[in-house]
Design a protein around this ligand. Structure first.
Ligand code: NAD
Ligand code: MG
Length: 342
């Protein structure tokens, strides 16, 4: 698995991890926001390089943007000893890594994630790719960056809503694997958490899970807790006024799936209430009209974890322990939405 290196200073990370590498050319990929807010923190320590900037946002995580990146790589005549540095959130890291993996059958890349979500989640596990025809991460490969460089200093410029979105994955890590970690999180003043220590702890949890099951044939599915209904909500509201960030959708998904856990795998009612209360404290509740339920449940059928027509969930047995491949009926999913909305 790729090494993940932490340091408070982004300049120090570049000096120690990039300057000593042997490469023919260095191309730094950014989006317009990370060009403005993150690139200045490393610019002076970088060796000679080129920069290519894409538009920010999930809607640009497409083959069309990949084409533009590949055109730039070709125009610069990058050879197979070239190195790509992906400076940005999960969109940029997934797509830049995918482009590097395909170009000339694969050149090396380094990820420097700049959002909380990409630091605690996309930084580990080798999943790369782009969206296609409305399906998230529909085209992609498993491949590892040379190294992942993480500095929480980047979070200073991250919009608060994006920070809160990433926090949902941190909460998930506690819920599925580590009760003490969950208990240590500050829900009341969520923005005052000690991000540096949370990031390294979350990376450790994700690493352990992925190491045991890199291709998601079994255990890795626990990382999908909250994501079956959560993804459906994210997709359903994608292009409308109720648009949700990933973590906002996952927070709602975790409440619904905690309810399913209490029904199906015996999560204690007391724990269910605690989870719901803490998540609502940070994220509030999204309004889901009952007329929207059918379409949302239909989207769950598209989930990558399903086998055939059965919808399989990863569910909690208790706070800190998660199991997977639990079949859930449509009726039960409707009840979970009822629990969430009342
Ligand atoms: P993102 O990359 O779109 O970043 C969110 C926003 O923050 C963007 O507008 C970006 O320009 C801006 N930004 C980034 N860093 C900033 C900074 N330091 N200061 C100011 N603005 C900054 O989204 P994300 O939430 O980082 O990642 C979501 C993507 O990650 C999704 O496409 C998802 O599929 C993917 N993902 C991948 C994995 C994986 O295992 N590979 C895991 C989780 C998520
Ligand atoms: Mg997620």
């Amino acid at each position: 698995m790729n090494p993940v290196i932490f340091h408070p200073s982004p300049e120090a990370l570049i000096k120690e991890e990039i300057q000593s590498l042997d490469f023919s050319q260095l191309l730094v990929l950014t989006d317009q926001n990370t060009l403005r807010d993150c690139y200045p923190l490393i610019e002076k320590s970088l060796p000679k390089h080129s920069v290519f900037t894409i538009s920010p946002g999930e809607e640009f995580k497409t083959l069309k943007t990949c084409s533009e990146i590949w055109e730039k790589m070709t125009e610069l005549a990058l050879d197979r000893k070239a190195l790509i540095l992906n400076l940005g959130g999960g969109v940029l890291g997934d797509m830049g890594g995918f482009c590097a993996s395909i170009y000339k059958r694969g050149i090396r890349f380094i990820n420097m994630p700049t959002t909380l979500l990409s630091q605690v989640d996309a930084s580990v596990g080798g999943k790369l790719g782009v969206d296609f025809q409305g399906f998230k991460n529909h085209l992609g490969v498993f491949n590892e960056p040379e190294v992942v460089l993480i500095s929480s200093k980047f979070l200073r410029t991250l919009p608060k809503q994006e920070l809160r979105s990433g926090f949902a994955e941190v909460i998930k890590h506690g819920l599925i694997q580590d009760r003490a970690y969950f208990d240590s999180l500050n829900f009341q003043n969520w923005d005052q958490n000690d991000w540096t220590s949370l990031i390294s702890h979350s990376v450790e949890i994700k690493k352990q899970v992925v190491q045991e099951d890199p291709k998601e044939l079994g255990l890795r599915k626990i990382l999908n807790f909250g994501h079956t209904l959560g993804h459906a909500l994210e997709t359903f509201y994608l292009n409308g006024p109720k648009h949700l960030l990933h973590g906002e959708a996952i927070a709602a998904g975790m409440i619904c799936e905690a309810w399913l856990s209490a029904e199906k795998t015996g999560l204690a009612k007391k724990e269910l209430f605690e989870i719901a209360e803490k998540l609502i404290q940070v994220y509030g509740k999204i309004e889901i009209e009952s007329s929207e339920w059918e379409a949302i449940l239909e989207l769950c059928l598209q989930d990558k974890k399903n086998e055939g027509k059965t919808i399989l969930f990863s569910l909690l047995q208790s706070i800190g322990s998660c199991t997977y491949n639990i079949p859930v009926s449509r009726g039960e999913m409707t009840q979970a939405l009822t629990y969430y909305t009342t």
